[in-house]
Design a protein around this ligand. Structure first.
Ligand SMILES: Cc1cc2nc3c(=O)[nH]c(=O)nc-3n(C[C@H](O)[C@H](O)[C@H](O)COP(=O)(O)OP(=O)(O)OC[C@H]3O[C@@H](n4cnc5c(N)ncnc54)[C@H](O)[C@@H]3O)c2cc1C
Length: 378
């Protein structure tokens, strides 16, 4: 028995690890020439680290910068909320970390036994006589089942379900600053229609992101003009923001359109299971999308093992159904929560932003342990 895995991003590699741990053979396909390279960095919360550990990845090695303090602050640098990171470690066994995407992918790939990644683009899928036929630019493949992890804009998914991306009213930039000392800290600064967040990566490197409402960009025609607006907003922020932007090579700055998928897509259709952004892309407002993909991988592994798929290939569809059932509610709720939070965090009006900050300062500490337990419990 052999499965095909489409996509070698976080979700595809989580699927590869799940198969490896469940002794199920697979082929890994990706259209990119170097799928393990590129991207910027991810913050991973304890739920993601637990999933990685369950999938057999050593999360305490080099390249994993643990975050020892964190807060949300206003534009004057006054803390609105302190992240309970020590409590997270006591409760869930891990501090949050910040890791380069390429380091994460390489370590996942190595933990799966460094499988060959075949470079090919999947164009269409069809199911016949209990097999999944995969049409690629390098010819036709046939598998007993398929794990689809081709991301939010995955074209392979379209032959299975009609998915609709939902735009947001903000865009994001990400980069890595060099030679800036912020300790072992993460911080998010809330402005009006503007947010700036960062997390220490160790050795003076700091991962940062900025989100800005399209309305604040006005008619900014191209990247240089948008960058000038962003720099002006940085100058109004706490001083470390401008320092970080100045210490970032411009060729390492990535611009992102922010959208998500309307929740409710099926996570399994017969002999095909969907993982990661292709099934449930969420807005990045909590830094949770990659973590959900890792949770998917751990849940899939448990389903494959529980249904003894390696010994009984006929149990594959039941295992995929069990995986989908376990994940369905969790991913739909996270999509709703992150989208709503993004709208509030990007409030632009002076009175609204001021009320948000005041309310948040007083209310957030009251129920935060309950909320974090729900979010990090997986
Ligand atoms: C601004 C921003 C900040 C973020 N910050 C965080 C964070 O801090 N923490 C976090 O956990 N998450 C974060 N995320 C979310 C996270 O990046 C994603 O959820 C995660 O990378 C999705 O992984 P994936 O494997 O599902 O998809 P992808 O990473 O998109 O991988 C899909 C793979 O499939 C391949 N592929 C696509 N189509 C085909 C095809 N037809 N045939 C073959 N191969 C194909 C692609 O080449 C790619 O390698 C952020 C996202 C954004 C936009």
């Amino acid at each position: 028995m052999k499965l095909g895995i489409v996509g070698a991003g976080v979700a595809g590699l989580a699927a590869a690890l799940a198969c490896t741990r469940a002794s199920v053979a697979y082929d890994l396909l990706d259209r990119a020439t170097q799928p393990l390279e590129g991207g910027v960095a991810l913050t991973l919360w304890p739920n993601a680290l637990r999933a990685l550990r369950d999938l057999g990845v050593d999360v305490r090695g080099a390249g994993w910068a643990a975050i020892e303090e964190g807060d949300i602050a206003d534009m004057r640098g006054r803390a609105l909320y302190r992240l309970p990171v020590a409590w997270m470690r006591a409760r869930f066994g891990f501090l949050p970390v910040c890791v380069r995407r390429s380091d994460l992918l390489r370590q996942m790939h190595s933990a799966a036994g460094s499988p060959r990644i075949e470079r090919c683009e999947v164009r269409r899928l069809s199911v016949s006589a209990g097999r999944v036929e995969v049409e690629t630019d390098a010819g036709l493949r046939s598998y007993d089942g398929l794990l689809l992890a081709d991301g939010i804009r995955g074209t392979a998914r379209q032959s299975l379900v009609q998915a609709r991306t939902r735009p947001t009213h903000y865009v994001a930039w990400r980069g890595i600053a060099h030679g800036v000392d912020v300790g072992r800290r993460m911080r998010e600064i809330w402005g009006r229609g503007f947010r700036f967040g960062y997390a220490a990566m160790g050795a003076g490197d700091v991962y940062w992101f900025a989100t800005i409402n399209r309305s604040r960009l006005g008619r900014a025609g191209g990247a240089p003009e948008a960058w000038r607006i962003l720099t002006a907003l940085a100058a109004e922020s706490p001083p470390e923001v401008a320092r970080m932007m100045a210490a970032t090579p411009t060729e390492g700055v990535y611009a992102h359109v922010i959208d998500d998928l309307a929740p409710g897509l099926p996570l399994a259709v017969g002999r095909i299971a969907l993982l990661g952004d292709t099934a449930h892309a969420i807005t990045p407002n909590l830094g949770f999308g990659g973590g959900l993909a890792l949770e998917d991988g751990a849940a899939l592994m448990r389903a494959l093992v529980a249904h003894r798929v390696a010994e009984e290939p006929g149990a594959l569809a039941a295992a995929f159904q069990a995986y989908a059932e376990v994940r369905r509610r969790r991913v739909a709720r996270m999509a709703q929560v992150t989208r709503w939070l993004g709208d509030v965090m990007q409030w632009e009006g002076k009175a609204a932003a001021c009320a948000r900050d005041t309310l948040f300062r007083w209310m957030a500490p009251l129920g935060d342990r309950l909320v974090w337990t729900w979010m990090l419990g997986g």
